[in-house]
Design a protein around this ligand. Structure first.
Ligand SMILES: Nc1nc2c(ncn2[C@@H]2O[C@H](COP(=O)(O)OP(=O)(O)OP(=O)(O)O)[C@@H](O)[C@H]2O)c(=O)[nH]1
Ligand SMILES: [Mg+2]
Length: 246
């Protein structure tokens, strides 16, 4: 039979497929012996690697130990912010309509934008680039009147996969023409994306508001714990500042 693709093309496709699988499937497939044990117990790494699609909106109550954060230790907080109500909303297009009722009186939004997805399309609509979809969604979240006072926290997430893709030679400008001739390395890409998200936030915000930007790899549990601590302190500080105004 006549070969349709050269070896080089097949290798490229497999490499790209492997990079996409490294989201989670690759991790679990490499560890089948451990996972197939009868007495298997998931490790922290297994938990953060699991792909668990959120349907609808999930509510969590989180209690913080006051003495554990710098801001509480300084005695600024008292009891404020001891218990937080956190809503995890499903991100796919088909479930976004369910978000609106939860936007009322929200203090902060944590928005995860997967930056490694610059060369991928939406499962729900194969015409739409996933990063472009994040820009559009960020635009509408920032412009929502109900969220006008909310602090906006953006995680430029999946930096590990971004680096792997760039190291394998995938060019950002091929998929995101506005990237132009900037260097094809992670720092330059993150700087460009941060500016792009920040510009959207400024254009869309009905009032001046607090915003925070983090480059994250949330499966790196140690680094993520430090980021979450910083986020927790900022949210509490903004809450106290707002409370002071009234
Ligand atoms: N390599 C890598 N994988 C990540 C990172 N962040 C998330 N993932 C993986 O991405 C997958 C998706 O995570 P989920 O929490 O299931 O997805 P979600 O973004 O909440 O999606 P919905 O619930 O459908 O809105 C999981 O397998 C995670 O392990 C990251 O920074 N790096
Ligand atoms: Mg989810």
């Amino acid at each position: 039979m006549k070969a349709l693709w050269s070896d080089e093309v097949v290798k490229m496709v497999l490499k790209k497929r492997k990079l996409q699988m490294e989201d989670s499937a690759g991790f679990f497939l490499d560890d089948l012996d451990r996972i197939a044990q009868r007495n298997y117990e998931p490790s922290d790494d297994d938990v953060v690697r699991a792909r668990l699609r959120t349907f609808g909106v999930q509510e969590y109550r989180i209690s913080f130990e006051p003495q554990n954060t710098g801001i509480f230790a300084g005695g600024i907080g008292g009891d404020a912010g001891k218990e937080w109500l956190l809503y995890d909303v499903g991100g796919s297009r088909t479930v976004r309509h369910a978000w609106l009722p939860y936007f009322d009186n929200v203090q902060a939004i944590i928005f995860l934008a997967p930056v490694s997805c610059f060369d991928e399309r939406l499962v729900e609509d194969s015409k739409i680039n996933r990063l472009e979809d994040s820009f559009l969604l960020w635009r509408s979240v920032c412009g929502s009147k109900l969220l006008a006072k909310a602090s906006m926290i953006l995680f430029l997430n999946k930096c590990d996969l971004l680096k792997k893709k760039l190291d394998s030679g995938i060019q950002v400008k091929t998929h995101l023409p506005s990237y132009g001739e900037r260097p094809n390395d992670a720092n330059a890409v993150l700087k460009y994306l941060k500016k792009k998200f920040r510009d959207i936030l400024r254009q869309q915000s009905p009032e001046l508001r607090q915003s925070y930007f983090y480059a994250t790899t949330v499966i790196d549990t140690k680094a993520t714990a430090a980021t979450i601590n910083a986020v927790k302190d900022s949210i509490l500080r903004d809450y106290l500042k707002n409370a002071d105004l009234f």
